[in-house]
Design a protein around this ligand. Structure first.
Ligand code: UDP
Length: 254
């Protein structure tokens, strides 16, 4: 059987040519990096969990009318997605101070922000993904003003929806990163959500104890990294190993 053509290999995922034109296969690896590749490691089972978690979240987002690239999950580590033209920006939303916001501005980690903040970073490994302003984005043509308006509107809806979804299972959505792409259909362009939404690119803290259940366990050598990812999947009701009882849906916290 002919091997599929590999189109791109990133730090955590590989993209293969899809079965039909306009589709790709997104393969989730167990590889983990932090600090733009400065720290490298493996989180056993991460790829399987992120594939499942991202499928779940993208599907819920589709249901509320947030267009995204996800078509369907193919197997444990792969999902079929629509091929989009990736906009070279990372859109970060913050609800609680953490990570680079806390260190850069000297704000105590864990402080709830009076309003959600959106930040943009230019996707460029050589430059270490520098933070940029709207002015840079439009000046250098990475996205048009209309594209940015669409991205911000979608980002705010995603934030509201995911904040509620995670709170329902006892998790605080501290911050997360989104990526968008352009999807062309009948000569019309739409901005859609792309990449993945998983504990690799969200900060997820237990709402009661503040325990971290995301990639910070790896970044900061906190131990029990696999367990953090598993706990997120378990609370969302999508951990296959947990048995059929836990597959019925999210575990609603009182
Ligand atoms: N993030 C990401 N990819 C990056 C940088 C950040 O997914 O290249 C996510 C990160 O997981 C967190 C949010 O974006 O949920 C904000 O990250 P921050 O700016 O605090 O960066 P960090 O200090 O974590 O690198």
């Amino acid at each position: 059987m002919a091997r599929r053509r590999q189109l791109y290999e990133g730090k955590a995922k590989i993209l293969f040519e899809g079965p039909e034109p306009g589709t790709l296969v997104q393969y989730f690896k167990d590889d983990a990096t932090a600090g733009n590749g400065a720290k490298k490691g493996t989180i056993t089972g991460k790829g399987v969990l992120n594939n499942r978690i991202s499928e779940y979240l993208m599907t819920r987002l589709s249901e509320i009318g947030i267009p995204n690239h996800f078509i369907r999950r193919l197997n444990m580590r792969e999902q079929l997605i629509r091929e989009v033209e990736i906009i070279p920006l990372e859109v970060v939303v913050r609800n609680v101070a953490a990570g680079s916001l806390a260190t850069r501005l000297g704000i105590t980690e864990g402080q709830r922000l009076p309003r959600s903040i959106i930040e943009y970073y230019y996707k460029n490994d050589q430059l270490n993904d520098p933070m940029v302003a709207e002015e840079h984005i439009t000046c250098f043509g990475w996205a048009a003003t209309q594209d940015l308006d669409d991205m911000v509107a979608l980002t705010l809806r995603v934030n509201d929806f995911l904040t509620g979804l995670f709170l329902g299972v006892g998790i605080t959505l501290v911050d997360f990163k989104l990526e968008f792409g352009r999807l062309w259909e009948n000569e019309e362009m739409r901005i859609v959500l792309a990449d993945e939404i998983s504990p690799d690119n969200c900060r997820l803290w237990d709402a009661k104890t503040g325990e971290k259940m995301d990639k910070d366990r790896f970044r900061r050598d906190l131990g029990k990294v696999e367990e953090g990812y598993q706990e997120v999947a378990r609370r969302l009701g999508i951990l296959p190993e947990a048995g059929p009882r836990d597959m019925t849906g999210p575990e609603v916290m009182q």
